[in-house]
Design a protein around this ligand. Structure first.
Ligand code: SAM
Ligand code: SF4
Length: 467
């Protein structure tokens, strides 16, 4: 294990990124086709190949890129789409991130850290909707108890149950921690620790983080190393697209992923792709310095899918239903649904509090689930891997030879059926049952047998069955 003193320079080499971007700057059609053929082998891509794909603009080659991404997505993730909800517990924040409504100097924002009772109420609301996975989110300033506040919040969410409803996996998106704090976070039973670098470009980072502890680029970029050293081997990285040139950011994400893989034997579990959205009191968010068009956004998802085929890609409700739909086939494997980004937003509604940024998809969970099922994707509430200890390298060892599908497809179907039986509206239930029949008919025999067994158990009233 490398020492805690890992430096940012060891992880991100801006010079090497620029060089790769130059080397890949004008690929001819034959070269692009060659790279796409290699990507279909599911072994990922090197930085110069990734740089070349970022330059595609010819419609035919672009169609080829999207088709290759669809094939890779289908081969590894099949029709599954994992569903979660963010749970904002606090908007107290000591930082001055120029793009965020929670930033310290935004005095128009009503500040609030939910009490245990309020967190339980929020959780109950999500449980009643049928959620099983939450992403716990907070600003970087905790009430009196300090970091214990986050640990308490996690314990409260796990302890909140009603009937058959419960949250089975909590992922966490909070400010970077020390190794000791990460150990406590792991002991609290979290799934993935998520943290977005926002921008890997150091000068841009300095220009948009104006005050507070988040100004420290190095502390943030080395956070995943501390998490790994503390034993959290499922980590989620991300970039806030719109702050700097997306081509640079994609290559930096690759460097970060490669560093983690090289150093700890496993790359990031997920990559998130938030695009800068309007936020109350932020001129920067209203006018992103490097706006990412919808076409480029689809390219980002497709290129990431090819470059790191086994890393999940997360899409939030920042995006509109249309963009979300288009990117499912290109590589997205996890989505949030029915989200609120103001603390207390589920039990209390949006009320007078504005959220952290504006949402593009306001549909309730039931509607999202129905539309996903009608598109032919299986909404999955599965939490099996993390609960069976299939994390980090163990997960990748199953994922890379394609073994994980024998677990994921049946687990996705059984958790989807739980949702349909316990929470869905009649229309969603009908669409869901039809999808399950279709999927079962097309499954290979081994998977179908396992799925059949799990589905029968759920129909007989059992819950939380998985392989
Ligand atoms: N406060 C912690 C931090 O900054 O890492 C964790 C939670 S923060 C609320 C979660 C993420 O929201 C940030 O990492 C950032 O990428 C994203 N975010 C902030 N402002 C945004 C905006 N205007 N549009 C889209 N995403 C935004
Ligand atoms: Fe605070 Fe995170 Fe928003 Fe920055 S992005 S102001 S750290 S909540």
């Amino acid at each position: 294990m490398v020492p805690v003193s890992t430096t940012a320079a060891a992880i991100i080499d801006a010079g090497a990124i620029q060089k790769a971007l130059e080397q890949g700057c004008s690929p001819d059609a034959a070269r692009v086709r060659e790279i796409l053929a290699r990507a279909r082998e599911l072994k990922g891509l090197d930085p110069v190949e990734v740089a070349a794909l970022t330059r595609i603009s010819d419609p035919e080659l672009l169609a080829g890129l999207f088709e290759a991404a669809r094939q890779v997505k289908q081969a590894i993730y099949g029709r599954r789409l994992v569903i979660f909800a963010p749970l904002y517990v606090s908007n107290l924040c000591a930082n001055e991130c120029a793009y965020c409504a929670f930033r310290a100097r935004n005095t128009a924002m009503r500040r609030r850290a939910l009490t245990r009772e309020e967190i339980a109420r929020e959780t109950l609301e999500l449980v009643r909707q049928g959620h099983k996975r939450v992403l716990l989110v907070a600003g970087e300033s905790y009430p009196r108890e300090g970091f214990r506040y986050v640990l308490d919040a996690i314990a409260t969410v796990y302890a909140t149950r009603e009937g058959r409803g419960e949250i089975r996996r909590i992922n966490v998106n909070v400010a970077p921690l020390s190794v000791e704090e990460f150990r406590e976070l792991k002991a609290a039973g979290i799934g993935t620790y998520q943290l977005f670098q926002e921008t890997y470009h150091r000068e841009t980072y300095a220009g948009v983080h104006l005050a507070g502890p988040k100004r420290d680029y190095d502390w943030r970029v080395t956070a995943m190393d501390r998490a790994m050293q503390a034993g959290i081997d499922d980590v989620g990285v991300g970039v806030l697209f719109g702050l700097f040139d997306w081509r640079f950011e994609v290559l930096a994400l690759m460097q970060h992923a490669a560093w983690l893989e090289r150093t700890y034997g496993t790359g990031p579990h997920t990559i998130s792709v938030p695009r800068l959205e309007p936020a109350a009191g932020s001129d920067l968010a209203a006018q992103p310095p490097f706006p990412v068009s919808d076409v480029d956004f689809r390219k980002i998802v497709a290129i990431l899918r090819l470059a790191v085929p086994y890393t999940g890609i997360i899409m939030s409700t920042r995006e509109t239903p249309n963009i979300r739909r288009e990117t499912f086939s290109l590589g997205v494997s996890q989505i949030s649904a029915g989200s609120r980004t103001n603390p207390g937003g589920y039990a209390g509604g949006e009320g007078d509090d504005c959220g952290q940024f504006s949402l593009g998809d306001h549909r309730p969970l039931d509607e999202v689930v129905r539309s996903i099922a009608e598109l032919g994707y299986i909404p999955s509430f599965c939490t099996a891997c993390y609960r069976l200890g299939r994390t980090g390298r163990d997960f990748m060892d199953l994922a890379k030879p394609g073994e994980i599908r024998h677990h994921c497809d049946p687990n996705a179907l059984s958790t989807f059926l739980e949702y349909l039986e316990d929470y869905a509206s009649p229309a969603t239930r009908a669409a869901g049952e039809a999808l399950i029949d279709r999927v079962m008919a097309e499954m290979e025999p081994q998977g179908r047998r396992t799925a059949q067994r799990l589905l029968e158990a759920v129909r007989a009233g059992q819950r939380d069955v998985f392989v």
